[in-house]
Design a protein around this ligand. Structure first.
Ligand code: DP6
Length: 342
């Protein structure tokens, strides 16, 4: 017997950053974070539980996944099987419509889509917070992609704090390299916690910045929200840097200089970076075309992907889901978008 479901989820960018885990296991973040879920860019994942299969199988962007990726998917599938009282192994097919080296974390959209599709295929009708909990245990930032708009992850709990239209924000993803990231977030945060003299300072600062950012967002204050996001990113990177975990490159710093120069000209533009050298510019929608053009001309910036806030993870049923299960949905490149994709 076969049981199948298809889900779609978008990547997200943290405005206040998650960096570091609580002791005791279970992949619980040490600090609260707040992100924006991005429209236009998506991971689509189908899960088929099949009694005829002997092991789980995972295909990522049209190729068999590495052993490590398969093991992480199996861990999530095991949690779903346990909750549903199911023994069948699963066939998982996952496609990103954005390049893997785009600087957008495909693990966030990937685990959000996998958690939702696997739960549905197993016959579990879980509320979004339970789906987010499943996703969080695999990758904490994935819990935030279950929800749309502006999303908080506080300890084990993810929730939407504001809808996509709360502030007129655009995110300009400045791609600075095609190479995969050198140090994963997981390893980078472990080394930071172990070796950085500034990690205690980060743990003390991050919740305060998060609270201030949350309040600015709820007040509809775009500029303060973006300014606090830049401070959160710089504090996170400073703590990592002091442990020898360096994600920024020369191109990142050149793009940061462009963002600052735009700001000196009166443009509401701020910067954030995750565990890689790609800078994301947070900009008022009215200034996005100008900022995007200037960033695209910055040496070392290969291309700029424009995105706006979008919806949370969802099941694709009916014809859309059937097409994916039939293998018709392909991975298209999203690079170089001129207009933000919605
Ligand atoms: C810098 O969610 O990838 O992007 O829970 O170990 O899988 P794991 O880490 P992950 O870390 C994301 C770190 C970040 C900041 C953020 O997204 O909040």
């Amino acid at each position: 017997m076969k049981r199948a479901a298809v889900a779609l989820a978008h990547p997200n960018i943290a405005l206040s950053k998650y960096w570091g885990k609580r002791a005791g296991g279970g992949n619980v973040p040490a600090v609260p974070s707040l992100s924006v879920t991005l429209a236009g860019l998506a991971t689509t994942t189908s899960v088929t539980f099949d009694d005829a299969l002997e092991v789980d199988a995972l295909s990522l962007n049209g190729a068999p996944a590495s052993e490590g990726a398969l093991a992480r998917a199996t861990e999530l599938l095991d949690r779903v099987r346990e909750a549903a009282g199911l023994r069948a192994r699963a066939h998982v097919v996952s496609m990103n419509d954005f390049p893997t080296a785009s600087g957008l974390a495909s693990s966030a959209s990937g685990f959000a889509a996998l958690a939702l599709a696997a739960a549905r295929a197993a016959g579990l009708d879980l509320p979004a917070d339970r789906v987010a909990d499943l996703a969080r245990r695999s990758s904490a930032s994935a819990a935030r992609s279950v929800f749309g708009g502006f999303v908080e992850l506080d300890g084990e709990v993810a929730r939407q704090v504001a809808p996509p239209g709360k502030i007129p924000l655009e995110v300009l993803v400045c791609v600075t390299t095609e190479a995969p990231k050198a140090v994963s977030s997981r390893d980078g945060m472990a080394v930071t916690a172990e070796k950085s003299p500034y990690y205690p300072g980060w743990l003390e600062t991050a919740p305060r910045l998060h609270g201030e950012l949350r309040a600015a967002l709820l007040a509809g204050d775009l500029e303060s929200t973006c300014a606090l996001a830049e401070r959160s990113a710089l504090a996170m990177h400073a703590s990592a840097f002091a442990a020898g975990v360096v994600y920024v490159s020369g191109a990142t710093l050149d793009a940061l200089a462009t963002v600052r120069s735009l700001r000196s000209e009166g443009v509401v533009a701020y910067a954030t970076m995750d565990a890689g050298p790609h800078l994301k510019c947070l900009v008022h929608a009215r200034d996005a075309a100008r900022a995007s053009e200037r960033l695209a001309r910055t040496p070392g910036v290969l291309r700029v992907i424009r995105a706006v806030a979008g919806e949370g993870a969802r099941i694709l049923d009916g014809k859309a889901g059937a097409r994916v299960l039939d293998g018709e949905a392909g991975a298209g490149a999203a690079g170089g978008a001129v207009e933000p994709r919605r």
